[in-house]
Design a protein around this ligand. Structure first.
Ligand code: AMP
Ligand code: DBH
Length: 555
């Protein structure tokens, strides 16, 4: 055993005492921890099927809750054998495989904190997670990430931090479910108001923002989400999006289903072909999609007439769903649409299953909790008149009060993203209807939402500006009928000098996740400026949308 000695979990900006007492009195916060959640649901629903999907070796897997308990215990034991101790942070970068659930539940059991990375993250992102959180291990199941570990380890070491150990779960073989292998570890758990895991923010800056969530706050949102979405033991949720993302994890997601005794069906890829086959075979009742996938399902279903008769509800969220696509979901897929507007920082809005069609088709829902405080403000933080558009600020029983920033809890993004009285600045522009439903109308934040994947513009710009021939660079999101927004990189170079044609390749070589790579690159001799002389993103976007040739995929 290579025992690591990591820094303790850092203090984090938490809710004031009065709010915590109130959330407990109202029953929103209970004393259930994640370790108890795992033990309780696995025992209560022991004979139900919990997880269906492929494993790390591509074999069909079907685990009952009892099997899942054994697999989680084994995963905990194996991660502990690799040197991970309770309180350690662990980067989980797994595809949608059965072991994903076992590893996450195992880490909860061990009292270690998962950092929910995506399998598409590369060394830029993974290094940031490891450095910010002093991660003890990186859990992977694919060749590319196993190979990347060495690069990440070097980069982490360069910053004076002990690199994470590599845990490649393919080496675990198929014995997880059979409960032999590593010696058992005692469940350690963490207190319900301690940080249980770190989610990721799509972010607006080049540095990753880690989101500290507790069992008390998160499980409240999970229980309510399961109720709002009508999940029961009969529910079967198809997980098409990356499982670690906050939406498929909790809205109502994997945890909502496992809370209620239902079945999680993991899709190994997001294609309609794969999804439709699983829906028919597993009698799937619910699926969570981003708008481009919803659109792809609609057009594929028109061509193929698959058997979708078991489908009850399709949750769509992550980016704005066009009203025209919303209108097609019911008629073509034969399921009720439920719009979801959420964020890993907390606040989640749903249209309700019994809402009138008008609201379901044209709004992004209303908050989970009566105690979700919604403020819609102008640029001076003054409330706008009822029904007017403004910037959304929120505070409540499951919305964080600050990002995880060891050593600097009050600084940087926590100053910018939270008001003095604890409201989270979502960066979204919304309008509120008299029913309380929100309509997302736009965004203040310097972020591109490409098919639900959030990209901070300055992360791309910062890397491009390092190129010797680039004088200035701005990344803008351009309207795209399929992606919602595509990424356009606009570059200014020295007039008369050759224009670099390798910018996208360089970004990839720098180790940026592929979903952040520009869809196209344009060169301009001058950038439009705001009155204070900054580059005007708004005017650039207008210029590009109107004047340039229609987007053609340069990838
Ligand atoms: P993140 O903070 O990375 O978890 O991303 C959350 C952001 O995704 C929100 O603040 C919105 O900008 C966007 N988002 C999520 N769901 C929706 C939706 N249904 N409609 C529009 N934007 C959405
Ligand atoms: O986009 C998101 O981050 C998101 C969307 C829907 C989310 O975090 C959620 C629901 O919980």
């Amino acid at each position: 055993m290579t025992e690591t000695t990591r820094s303790p979990v850092a203090a984090f900006p938490t809710w004031p005492e009065e709010a915590r007492r109130r959330y407990r009195e109202l029953g929103y916060w209970t004393d259930e921890t994640f370790a108890e959640f795992v033990a309780d649901r696995c025992a209560r629903f022991a004979d139900n099927v919990a997880v269906v999907g492929l494993d790390a070796h591509g074999r069909e897997t079907r685990w009952t809750y009892a099997d899942l308990a054994v697999a989680a215990e084994q995963a905990a034991a194996r991660v502990a054998t690799a040197g991970v101790a309770p309180g350690d942070r662990v980067v989980v970068a797994l595809p949608n495989i059965a072991e994903f659930v076992a590893v996450v539940f195992g880490l909860f059991r061990l009292g270690a904190l998962p950092i929910f990375a995506l399998p598409t993250h590369r060394e830029v992102e993974l290094t940031q997670f490891c450095v910010t959180a002093d991660a003890a291990a990186m859990v992977v199941a694919t060749d590319d990430l196993a190979e990347l570990h060495a690069v990440v380890a070097d980069r982490v070491r360069e910053q004076g931090i002990e690199p994470p150990v590599l845990v490649d779960i393919r080496g675990w073989g198929d014995s997880l479910r059979h409960g032999h292998g590593a010696p058992r570890v005692r469940p350690a758990g963490r207190a319900e108001e301690d940080i249980a895991f770190l989610q990721l923010s799509g972010g607006t800056t080049g540095t990753a923002k880690l989101i500290p969530r507790t069992a008390a706050d998160y499980l409240y949102s999970v229980r309510e989400s399961a109720a709002i979405c009508g999940l029961t033991e009969e529910s079967a949720l198809l997980v098409v999006l990356p499982a670690a993302h906050n939406f498929p994890m909790s809205s109502p997601g994997i945890l909502g289903v496992l809370h209620g005794g239902g079945r999680v069906v993991l899709a190994p890829d997001p294609s309609p072909r794969t999804a439709f086959a699983l829906i028919a075979r597993e009698r799937v009742t619910d699926a969570s999609l981003v708008p481009p996938l919803a659109q792809a399902w609609v057009s594929a279903a028109r061509r193929r007439t698959p058997d979708l008769s078991s489908l009850r509800t399709i949750q769509v969220g992550g980016s704005k769903l066009a009203d025209s696509v919303a209108a097609e979901i019911g008629p073509v897929l034969g399921a009720r649409l439920q719009q979801v507007f959420g964020m890993a920082e907390g606040l989640v809005n749903y249209t309700r299953l019994d809402d009138p069609d008008e609201l379901v088709l044209t709004t992004q829902g209303r908050p989970i909790s009566p105690d979700d405080e919604i403020l819609i403000v102008d640029e001076d933080d003054n409330p706008v008149p009822d029904g007017a558009e403004g910037s959304l600020l929120t505070r409540g029983p499951y919305t964080i009060r600050g990002y995880y920033r060891p050593g600097d809890p009050g600084g940087g993004p926590n100053r910018d993203s939270f008001t003095a009285d604890g409201f989270y600045r979502t960066g979204d522009r919304v309008r509120r209807l008299p029913t309380g439903h929100l309509v997302v109308t736009g965004r203040d934040k310097d972020q591109i939402n490409r098919a639900g994947e959030k990209v901070a513009t300055d992360e791309i710009e910062g890397l491009v500006l390092a190129h010797p021939d680039v004088l200035d660079a701005v990344a803008v999101g351009l309207p795209d009928p399929y992606l919602g927004e595509s990424i356009c990189l606009v570059v200014r170079t020295e007039p008369g000098r050759p224009r670099p044609d390798d910018l996208v390749d360089r970004l990839a070589a720098a180790g940026l996740a592929s979903y952040k790579l520009p869809d196209r690159v344009e060169f301009l001799d001058a950038f439009p400026e705001t009155h204070v002389g900054k580059n005007s993103r708004r005017e650039l976007r207008q210029l590009l949308t109107q004047q340039l040739r229609p987007a053609d995929d340069q990838r």
